[in-house]
Ligand binder design. Sequence first.
Ligand code: CO8
Length: 255
Amino acid sequence: MEYTILKPSTEGTVVLLTISRPSALNALNTRFFEEMDHFISTLESNPEIRALIITGEGKAFVAGADIAEMVGKSPEEARAFSAVGQKVFNRLGDLPFPVIAAINGFALGGGMELAMACDFRIASANARFGQPEVNLGLIPGYAGTQRLPRLTNLADALYLLTTGEVIDAETALRMRLVQKIAQPEELLDEAKRLAVLIASKGPLAVKLVKEVTRKGLEMSFHDAEKLEQNHFGDPFGNEGKEGMTAFLEKRKPNW
Ligand code: CO8
């Protein structure tokens, strides 16, 4: 598939994906979801990849779902648009390696939902966050109502969702919506540094720790413990043995 909005590039085992539709502040339209769905399939079929960074071109990360495309939709069509977006964002979150959002500017509405579908978020000091759907008489449709309270808490989520207030990076950090703030010119370097750091760890361990942590949140504590217990054994036959042996032999592991 030829991409018109996505600009992927690979450095070693780390992929950088730039969303590039700056004339509409990278607003998410049907074409974006088609490209993203295809791109995720290419990532799933490449066992070499260890981390994905997502950023936006220009002054926005993503300024929301494309309002110009949405305005003509019927309720049924809007539900279908929501379903497509939810499916694609879930596939993104399910990738077997960490997905890092490098938020370079506006992350509003669907843009904030995209950022929340990633595993964690690094924000530029000038990034801005918000769920301004209520300003348009809408509610989020890409699981913003569900991920936001899970990442922050019920009160902060409802504060943002009902006021539509746009917050700065420091406030987002306080709400634990982002994990780190970087100066604008250092944002991508910092995201890459973290991606390379993750890529240096045991690949199976990183995959498992992501899977168990994410899946466990949807289970009872007891069942989630069992899930952890089961997967704890997985690396012992291979990668874990090498990691522990390397420690005891005072050398770097050879994954
Ligand atoms: N959709 C379509 N076009 C957009 C969007 C958007 N979300 N955001 C910006 N643009 C366009 C503008 O229309 C403008 O186009 P043009 O140059 O042709 O007039 C261009 O991008 C540049 O934008 P501005 O001139 O407005 O730039 P400013 O720097 O003055 O303002 C803002 C930047 C504050 C980010 C402003 O553009 C803005 O408020 N944008 C809309 C933000 C918003 O409301 N986002 C939420 C959208 S709703 C949503 O995301 C719901 C998600 C769930 C959907 C579920 C599926 C159904």
